[in-house]
Design a protein around this ligand. Structure first.
Ligand code: ADP
Ligand code: MG
Length: 240
């Protein structure tokens, strides 16, 4: 689905991603973990070219994103992204938040876009909020709307950057449950997270980044049960 080869990213002299080589296959759920500042967000943002890599190659399906001739807008329509802060459109109702892009970007009819959006709201347990505005929702509800909004574009790949980090503890589970359902449905997902329970239970594979280097890559059992490097062991001691 998506592949990075010799991916480097630097900001000025700060080399933030150093030679990342990895691949995510269709249907896989990959957790990206590591200390703060290790380059997790930058890595995720490179995957849809919100950050332009300094060098290296990224391929999404058969399209090379790092080729300047590639139409990135078109590719982005196939990659959903959910952030720590939800970035809903404050002046639009929840239903309009979901149905806006499918109409604007994909040319769907209003009726089709709204029908699909209502199904998605049902899927994330928020049917009753269709006509509400974002300001009236809790953080957990907003994040579920943000996920549904990304899904309304029918993406092939979903990127999550710490989707529960800004939430009050009692709202974390409702968002993780939506993500678990999505994983079960076969969605290909990359999830930057500090929720080690989620990574262990839901991910097929864990990537551990430290100082911009992909230090370990393995199944949750391998990574959590038997981390190979001292750096991963240190990290796990702190977070578990
Ligand atoms: P993480 O998500 O793992 O906490 P980030 O990818 O946000 O890490 O950041 C990795 C490093 O890149 C940090 O040193 C951060 O300061 C730096 N960085 C991230 N974005 C920018 C930017 N837009 N300009 C300059 N430096 C940045
Ligand atoms: Mg980050």
């Amino acid at each position: 689905m998506i592949k990075t080869e010799k991916l480097f990213k630097q900001f000025g002299k700060n080399v933030v991603l150093k030679d990342i080589n990895t691949e995510v296959v269709q249907g896989e759920v990959v957790a990206v973990v590591g200390p703060s500042g290790s380059g997790k967000s930058t890595f995720l943002r490179c995957l849809n070219m919100l950050e332009v890599p300094t060098s290296g190659k990224i391929t999404f399906r058969d399209q090379e994103l790092t080729n300047p001739k590639t139409n990135i807008q078109k590719v982005r329509a196939q990659i959903g992204m959910v952030f720590q802060h939800f970035y809903l459109f404050p002046h639009l109702t929840i239903l309009d938040n979901l149905s806006y892009a499918p109409q604007k970007v994909k040319g769907e009819s209003k009726a089709d876009a709204e029908k699909k959006s209502k199904q998605l709201l049902e899927r994330v347990g928020l049917s009753d909020k269709a006509e509400a505005y974002p300001s009236s929702l809790s953080g957990g509800q907003k994040q579920r709307v943000a996920i549904a909004r990304a899904l309304a574009m029918e993406p092939d790949l979903m990127l999550f950057d710490e989707p529960t980090s800004a939430l009050d503890p009692e709202m974390v589970k409702e968002v993780l449950d939506v993500m678990k359902d999505l994983a079960k449905s076969g969605m290909t997902m990359l999830v930057v997270t500090h929720e080690m329970g989620f990574a262990r239970e839901v991910a097929d594979r864990v990537l551990f980044l430290d100082h911009g280097v992909l230090i370990e890559e393995g199944t949750p059992d391998e990574f959590f049960g038997n981390p190979k490097t001292e750096r991963a062991q240190d990290f796990l001691e702190k977070v578990l």
